[in-house]
Each structure stands twice: as C-alpha cells, then as structure tokens.
Design a protein around this ligand. Structure first.
Ligand code: CUA
Length: 149
C-alpha cells in the first residue's frame, strides 16, 4: 500500500512539475521578447514577415528567414550557384534550429534576435533546411528547400 501510494504521489508531482516547467519555459520565451520596445522593430518585422530573398550586389544575396512552429518562411528559396548568401534568421515564437543539410550552416533561431550566417553554395542542387531544435509536435516536419541553380 505504501509503495502504491508513493508511486502515485511521485506521478502526480512529476506531472505537475513537468507542466509547470513547460508553461513557465514557453511563457518566458514568447512573453519576454517584445518588438514594441525596439525602435527599428517595424522595419525589421516587415522584412521578416514572409521571409524574402534580396539581391544586395552583383553576386550577393540577403535571405531573410523566419521560423515558426512549424514551418520556415520562405519555404522555397532560389539562389544562384557561387553567390555569396547572407542568411538573417529569426523566430516568431520559440527556439528553432536552422540547419542547412550537407553544409556547415547551423544556428539557432531565437525570438527577438537576428542571427547571421554567410555561405556560398559551390554546387547546384536541392538543399534542405531542417529544424534541429525540438520545438513541439511537428518539429520533424519543419523543412524548407533551397534550390541552387
Ligand atoms: Cu522548429 Cu524544431
């Protein structure tokens, strides 16, 4: 009887503890970042709204990418082979992992923070952007494509 009771108490405590941890953690991430306090916020938010590819030079591109549970915007990116690509990566909600499969590009998409990484694709082909930071139910489905041609 003692052990049955003990296990039940532990289960209840663990469940409540886990729920509290998740709510607290996610509330912290989504609740403390506020674009409203940043004077440059509206312009940046506009650039990131749906994600975009901007030509910044003869052979240079800026790619704005936003992670949201559970997709990347834009979900298809076209860039030319050999161009210098600067990725600006952020998140609209929780932490996401921005990884381009088969390349060293790997950074964390953090709400309220813009991460930057530069890369040049030396070969044409299809590259997948994967989320490598667990972000919820459809984390595994958070895939976008980069078409290099
Ligand atoms: Cu986004 Cu995992």
């Amino acid at each position: 009887r003692f052990w049955i009771f003990g296990v039940l108490v532990m289960l209840v405590l663990l469940t409540i503890g886990t729920m509290f941890y998740v709510v607290h953690d996610y509330g912290l991430v989504t609740g403390t970042h506020s674009y409203a306090t940043d004077p440059q916020a509206p312009a940046r938010e506009a650039a990131f709204q749906d994600g975009k590819v901007v030509r910044t030079g003869p052979n240079a591109y800026a790619v704005y990418v936003v992670g949201r549970a559970w997709h990347w915007s834009p979900d298809v990116i076209h860039v030319p082979e050999g161009a210098e690509i600067t990725f600006y990566v952020t998140s609209a909600d929780v932490l996401h992992g921005f990884e381009i499969q088969g390349t060293p590009v790997n950074l964390t998409a953090v709400p309220g923070v813009v991460g930057t990484v530069r890369y040049t694709f030396r070969h044409a082909g299809l590259f997948r952007i994967l989320c490598n930071e667990y972000c919820g139910m459809f984390h595994h489905a958070m895939v976008a494509r980069i078409i290099v041609d």
